[in-house]
Every structure is written in structure tokens, then in C-alpha cells.
Write a protein of this length. Structure first.
Length: 135
């Protein structure tokens, strides 16, 4: 089996070590809430590396929200040309932030695990269809 590309592992929220197991249970949008799994179902890596590890994801999420707010504000201006009413901007920015909150929650943790954690490295030998029982 071919090895899983990094882009697909990040996009599908897969484990950073084996790129096979899911980081989250539940759907992105829906009635069953997304929860972070404690360990990878494939390689048994513990996702919360140390207590409070995912507090760092708040900084990544903050960067996402700032970029979204700036882009939505600029897009609102380009579409409407209205620079008089602050309520148009407030409403459109708040609506977009609320709509993108589940995406921010998920991908801030995924990016933290894949790119901002030096302790976690991809191990190609774990990227197989075989179940890894010896770990």
C-alpha cells in the first residue's frame, strides 16, 4: 500500500505518527459532537502528549479567527461597497466565525499535532494496513 501523503493526513484529521488512525470521533457538523480521541486506534499514540497540551491549539485557533475576520470584512466591503454601516460588518463577521467554529476547533488541533509538536514524527513503517499490536 502506498504511504499516506501529509496533505491528505491533515485534511482527513489522521494521526501524525501513522497517518491511519482518526484524531476525532464524530462528524465535523452534525448532532454527534466531535471529540478528540485519547489514543490512535492504529498505532496507539496518545494525542494529548502532556496535561494541557491542547491549550496551545487556542493560539492556532486565534490565528485562524483573525484571518477569517479580516477576509470576511474585506470580502463584505468588496461585495457591498458599504463603508457606512458597522452592523453589516459585525453581522457578517460574527456569522462567519460561528459557522467556522467547528472547522477551527478541529484543524487547530490537527495543525498543532502535525506541524508544531517537535516530539511527534511520522513513522512510515506504521503507515500500513496491518494492525499494529506490538506497540
Amino acid at each position: 500500500m502506498a504511504k499516506t501523503p501529509l496533505f491528505l493526513a491533515v485534511l482527513n484529521s489522521k494521526c501524525p505518527r501513522c497517518r491511519r488512525g482518526k484524531i476525532f470521533s464524530g462528524t465535523l457538523y452534525g448532532f454527534n459532537l466531535q471529540r478528540t480521541n485519547e489514543t490512535c486506534s492504529h498505532c496507539h499514540m496518545r494525542f494529548e502528549i502532556e496535561p494541557g497540551f491542547f491549550y496551545g491549539a487556542m493560539y492556532v485557533s486565534y490565528a485562524f479567527v483573525v484571518a477569517e475576520m479580516l477576509n470576511v470584512g474585506l470580502l463584505t466591503y468588496l461585495i457591498t461597497g458599504n463603508d457606512k454601516s458597522p452592523w453589516l460588518y459585525i453581522f457578517s463577521i460574527l456569522l462567519s466565525v460561528l459557522a467556522l467554529t467547528p472547522i477551527n476547533y478541529r484543524y487547530s488541533k490537527v495543525l498543532l499535532l502535525h506541524f508544531l509538536t517537535p516530539k511527534v514524527n511520522y513513522k512510515p513503517e506504521y503507515d500500513t494496513d496491518d494492525k499494529l499490536e506490538h506497540l
